[in-house]
Design a protein around this ligand. Structure first.
Ligand code: MG
Ligand code: ZN
Length: 221
């Protein structure tokens, strides 16, 4: 007797890719540029979104989709206070966002009134990288407090990114973070990635990142 093998994960990922393609088409139809921001917990995703809003709004009209594992919506509220049309997704314990969750959030946003949608993924350096959400650019936020070995330990996350933001650089004088070693790991995995060293606390580097993003968000609009 032969054994039939069904790859459940493969089927689930194929279904996800179809929904992601539909999300991509919705963004395109509305002329909206979209980001998927990923990092470990505490690297500064929400602070980055606040700083980005401060730099770009209201010229760039921004929506925020915040994914978290619980109903705690304080991050989405921070986005709303900073001026974003804001939607919170409670993943119910799921450790990453999937395309169908973003689709539901898009139903709650008026895309015709936006230039840019920023998706804040669940804080996790592993599986969010495996799920296409239908965005234009995947942005990884690394913070110097996490250590300089992260590209070597989480290659999939670093390999798939269009942009890498190295956050909390104001703390470098107090840490043994070897920036050259970190960037060497990044470049081995992903030679084309755009790197912006930033500090959401001091504002250093936010201008360069915001200009990169402004050009794209307004070109799509
Ligand atoms: Mg957050
Ligand atoms: Zn997960």
């Amino acid at each position: 007797m032969s054994v039939k093998v069904i790859s459940v994960l493969e089927n689930i990922l194929q279904a996800n890719d179809q929904v992601a393609a539909a999300n991509r088409a919705r963004f395109a139809a509305a002329g909206v540029y979209a980001l998927n921001i990923m990092s470990s917990p505490g690297a500064g995703k929400t602070s980055l979104i606040e700083q980005t809003l401060r730099a770009l709004a209201p010229q760039v009209r921004i929506g925020m989709i915040n994914g978290d594992t619980t109903a705690a919506s304080m991050d989405a509220e921070r986005g709303a206070r900073a001026g974003a049309a804001s939607v919170h997704i409670n993943t119910g314990g799921n450790c990453h966002l999937e395309a169908h969750m973003v689709r539901q959030a898009l139903d709650a946003l008026d895309l015709s009134a936006l230039d840019l949608v920023i998706v804040e993924n669940v804080g996790n350096l592993v599986c969010p990288a495996g799920w296409d959400l239908g965005v234009h650019a995947r942005v990884v936020v690394a913070s110097v407090t996490e250590g300089d070995d992260k590209p070597y330990k989480y290659p999939t996350m670093y390999r798939g990114a269009e942009v890498l933001l190295l956050n909390k650089i104001d703390l470098l004088p107090y840490l043994d973070f070897n920036t050259d070693y970190f960037l060497q790991g990044v470049r081995l995995l992903n030679p084309a990635v755009q790197v912006f060293p930033i500090s959401c606390r001091s504002g250093e580097g936010i201008g360069a990142w915001a200009e990169w993003l402004r050009a794209r968000a307004l070109k799509h609009g």
